[in-house]
Ligand binder design. Structure first.
Ligand code: ADP
Ligand code: MG
Length: 575
């Protein structure tokens, strides 16, 4: 239970402000997160990490000499937006390139991917290494699809140490990949976490039971068993992870770093009792235990749970893992004194969004667009709980709050753009940026992309006709499919978008009036969204627990159909 907060909506922002105030020795705030407050004598490659908030010390607590150079800090359990990542990386960059590293989650992959493209456009050499240590999130033959949990620390630490040694970007990327390839984790939970202001936990584990393989956002586990003794839990952890030895590792004789991680409300003392057995079991198996860690490294708010991570060393990884570092939450050895970084050394993104020329016809269209986005925000407010419930079945339960936050910000941005004289394209672009920025998550990135793709077709000059709207929504569909790489049948919002767009295009081509065509297409979208109940998820957060979602429609498809109906109401008012 989270007990202390002011306005729950402000929790993440106020948490970051307090963290920065308490940690000025290591970090300073920038748009989107934090960067180091000190510099060494020579410039290094910048290691930029990040993810949603609620996982402290991941991610801001791991910024400092010898570890990360910056952390993009999203809202609670929501990935930071591309804009936030780009801003943090721009500020952290010391002229030798940027390594982006984060856990493998759909929303983070989309936002960090977009940021990487923009950084490259700005002339910054940028690479990405995903953390994929969670053994329960995909089978052994599908390592790349696994999610990242407490193994984050290993990959970030190794990359940060290599950067500190002066390695170039190729080398920092190489050792980060090596660290990830040699790291495996296994997590369990006894009870769910409760976000600030929420009525109840994000998910439940029945009393006396333990969820096996449960994710750090409460993604459902793959099994549930009676709560074991500490010794039995240690046995489960070690047996599974010894069955998951990475390529090139063999026992006896392998050197290993165990990291026993508390997820939020398991006591250090309990962890030590578990660790007592872990140490014995690893040693009995012939492993040589090196520099173990027991404590909190990647939490999930107040979730009751624990995970074990094993890093299988080679000489290079051992040197990098043991190298000194100094961050708010993770310190090792002695780091030489460094100088405070000057304000003029921190590059900032140009935040000004321009309002270009627009015709009166396009301005009139922008007014209608702002009304539609605003009506969408009001509608999503009312449906947030329902959408959250749908997402909780197989995902992480944040679809309602994500859509609510995103659409609210989009509505404000669209109105501000209209007030400043924007045409349709500019209004949609500003709304899309704001949605991606504040909504976070997969759906935030996708809605941001959809609005700007629609805007690109509508432009700032031409009057908006039925044909142009149709071309625009076709462009929107194509953009989402290219961006998120989902196909019909994957159980995503695509399963509502494609039938909607096809139906609309067909009817407009047959000379139906726009509102009539839209009304029919919206019904088609609703039916299609409901039919996703029969599908098994193959993409996104829900993917690793696909079967569980059978019988429940996809939350993103349901929210898309709701938006289609809301836009219809606004179109009808126009008629
Ligand atoms: P997250 O999955 O990051 O928690 P949300 O819960 O807000 O984000 O959104 C989940 C929705 O995103 C899913 O219900 C699905 O409709 C949609 N989605 C997930 N992955 C994709 C994708 N690759 N392409 C299109 N839509 C997707
Ligand atoms: Mg979600």
């Amino acid at each position: 239970m989270t007990r202390l907060f002011n306005d729950p909506d402000d929790f993440a922002e106020e948490m970051i402000e307090g963290f920065v105030a308490a940690s000025a020795r290591w970090v300073r705030p920038v748009t989107g997160g934090v960067v180091r407050s000190t510099r060494g004598s020579e410039p290094t490659v910048a290691v930029v990490i990040g993810g949603g908030s609620g996982h402290y010390p991941a991610f801001g607590g791991l910024v400092g000499p010898g570890l990360a150079h910056g952390a993009a800090m999203g809202n609670l359990f929501a990935s930071p937006s591309a804009h936030q990542v780009q801003s943090v990386a721009t500020a952290a960059h010391e002229g030798r390139g940027v390594l982006l590293s984060f856990g493998n989650y759909a929303g983070d992959v989309l936002h960090f991917g977009q940021a990487q493209a923009r950084l490259r456009d700005a002339g910054i050499d940028c690479r990405t290494v995903l953390v994929t240590d969670d053994v329960w999130s995909a089978p052994k033959d599908d390592l790349d699809r696994r999610r990242g949990i407490a193994g984050d620390l290993v990959v970030f630490k190794v990359a940060g140490a290599a950067a500190e040694e002066g390695a170039d970007l190729d080398d920092v990327e190489r050792v980060a990949r090596l660290a990830n390839a040699r790291t495996r984790s296994f997590g369990v939970a006894f009870g769910g976490c409760t976000l600030p202001g929420a009525d109840g936990p994000l998910f439940d584990v029945p009393t006396g039971r333990m969820a096996v393989g449960l994710g750090i956002h409460g993604e459902p586990g793959i099994d549930e068993v009676d709560v074991p003794t500490a010794a039995q839990l240690a046995e489960m952890f070690v047996a599974k992870l010894l069955d998951e030895l990475p390529d090139g590792v063999s026992l006896p004789g392998a050197r290993v770093v165990p990291i026993l991680n508390g997820l939020g409300s398991v006591k250090y003392e309990e962890l030590f009792v578990v660790y007592r057995s872990i140490d014995r079991l690893l040693t009995a198996a012939g492993a040589v235990v090196v520099s173990p860690e027991v404590g909190e490294f990647c939490t999930s708010f107040d979730m009751a749970g624990a995970s074990l991570t094993l890093l299988w060393l080679d000489d290079e990884l051992e040197r990098l893992w043991l190298a000194p570092c100094d961050t708010p939450a993770f310190r090792r050895g002695a780091v030489p004194d460094r100088r405070a970084v000057g304000d003029d050394e921190i590059a900032a993104l140009d935040e000004a969004q321009e309002i270009g020329e627009a015709t009166d016809a396009s301005r009139a269209a922008a007014t209608v667009i702002a009304r539609a986005v605003s009506a969408t925000a009001v509608m999503l407010d009312a449906h947030a709980d329902e959408l959250g419930r749908l997402d909780r079945v197989a995902g992480d339960g944040d679809h309602g709050i994500g859509m609510q936050r995103g659409s609210r910000a989009a509505a404000e941005a669209a109105q501000a753009a209209v007030d400043a004289g924007a045409g349709a394209r500019t209004a949609l672009e500003h709304a899309g940026e704001a949605w991606a920025d504040k909504g976070g998550g997969t759906s935030g990135a996708i809605w941001g992309e959809m609005l700007s793709a629609l805007g690109a077709v509508l432009g700032d000059d031409d009057a908006v006709t039925a044909e142009r709207v149709t071309t625009g929504v076709v462009g929107m569909k194509d953009a989402v499919m290219a961006f998120g790489d989902a196909r019909p049948g994957d159980k995503t919002m695509i399963d509502a978008i494609v039938p909607f767009v096809d139906d609309l295009a067909e009817r407009v081509a047959a000379d139906d009036a726009l509102t009539d065509a839209w009304a029919h297409a919206a019904e088609v979208a609703t039916a299609a969204a409901q039919q996703t109940s029969e599908l098994t998820a193959r993409l996104g957060r829900a993917r690793s627990h696909g079967d569980r979602s059978l019988g429940t429609p996809d939350p993103g498809a349901v929210s898309f159909a709701l938006v289609a109906h809301t836009v219809l109401d606004v179109l009808k008012e126009e008629d």
